[in-house]
Design a protein around this ligand. Structure first.
Ligand SMILES: Cc1cc2nc3c(=O)[nH]c(=O)nc-3n(C[C@H](O)[C@H](O)[C@H](O)COP(=O)(O)O)c2cc1C
Length: 310
């Protein structure tokens, strides 16, 4: 997730357990072939056999509307060792859509086909090429065109965010549409949208008739969610939070230190604050910490507040 699930958070979350796969934030492709450093910046895991330090496999996500440029960059990523390429057709950001990318492409199933097809041809067969779709732009029935187009273009599986572009992020996810879309496909759909609890996971699988899910915002504010789901699958009844606040504080501290070491300066503070604000949706203690540092711009002082809370 762009601006949220960066390499450091991927690693920190991965250590808690419960994940099978992660995808990078999107790399936006216009008409140029990126140099190696751009790929390694967005996906440092390339230097670690495409795994987080905690061992979670990571796929690279590309976003763009030019089939040739997408294919060239996918081929370059494959040369650099990428183990999976995911193509973003779901981003609702106005700047992205204005340039013809992300969810706007859903209006053109033929273009979706061309992009996936070119990328599929550009990377070796053993590397999965997958697509992240929404149900449509304003009409969920569009999925009946885009999903089969993606499959016939050679996508190995589809992750479908069960909302339209017009639904944004607030409309309740329409999991039932995934079951309808599935009837037309031979490849798997990974269900996405509104998985906030282990109960949501089970309800989503039942309604969507899918076998796996991708968690979005839920994992940012409840890092233990994948673990909760894993334990529920093993029949373990969990009472209370699986990841306690002291552990979360350690993670926040490590994240903040990592960003400082990366030379992010005041951006280190803003990104750390952003995560703390998200965590406050699940951890009341995060709200207290956020109140303490919300006006802080200096990374050293912010770090002291975090240290004091530990
Ligand atoms: C801030 C933000 C950034 C996101 N960035 C990406 C992204 O880079 N790639 C992607 O495929 N989806 C991205 N998404 C969408 C999520 O992956 C997911 O599809 C969406 O949030 C729905 O799932 P949820 O209801 O569980 O959050 C982003 C969502 C948010 C809120």
């Amino acid at each position: 997730m762009e601006g949220l699930l960066d390499p450091a958070i991927r690693d920190l979350l991965g250590r808690l357990g419960g994940f099978q796969l992660a995808t990078t934030e999107f790399l936006r492709v216009t008409n140029q072939l990126y140099p190696q450093k751009v790929f390694t910046r967005i996906m440092p895991e390339l230097a670690n056999n495409c795994q987080t330090k905690s061992g979670i496999p990571v796929h690279l996500q590309l976003l763009g509307s030019d089939p040739i440029a997408m294919a060239d960059n996918a081929a370059k990523a494959a040369e650099l060792g990428a183990i999976g390429i995911d193509l973003n057709f779901g981003c609702p950001a106005k700047t992205v859509n204005k340039h013809g990318g992300g969810a706007l492409l859903l209006k053109e199933p033929t273009k979706v086909y061309q992009i996936i097809n070119q990328v599929r041809q550009a990377v070796p067969k053993e590397i999965p090429v997958t697509a992240k779709l929404r149900l449509g732009w304003d009409d969920p029935e569009l999925i009946y065109e885009t999903a089969p187009a993606a499959e016939s273009a050679g996508a190995n599986w589809l992750t479908i965010h069960a909302r339209t572009r017009v639904d944004g992020y607030k409309h309740p996810a329409r999991w039932e549409w995934l079951a309808k879309a599935k009837q037309q496909l031979n490849i798997d759909i990974v269900a996405n949208g509104d998985i906030k609890t282990a109960d949501d996971y089970f309800r989503c699988l039942e309604i969507s008739e899918c076998h796996s899910v991708m968690i979005g915002r839920g994992i940012v504010y409840n890092p233990g969610l994948a673990l909760e789901i894993e334990q529920a699958l093993q029949g373990k009844v969990s009472t209370g939070r699986l990841v306690d606040w002291p552990r979360i504080l350690q993670m926040i501290d490590e994240y903040h230190q990592f960003l400082i070491e990366k030379g992010l300066g005041k951006h280190a503070v803003s990104r750390t604050k952003q995560w703390i604000r998200e965590l406050a949706k699940h951890y009341i203690e995060a709200d207290v910490l956020f109140e303490q540092i919300k006006k802080e711009k200096c990374s050293v002082t912010a770090g002291k507040f975090i240290q004091n809370a530990i």
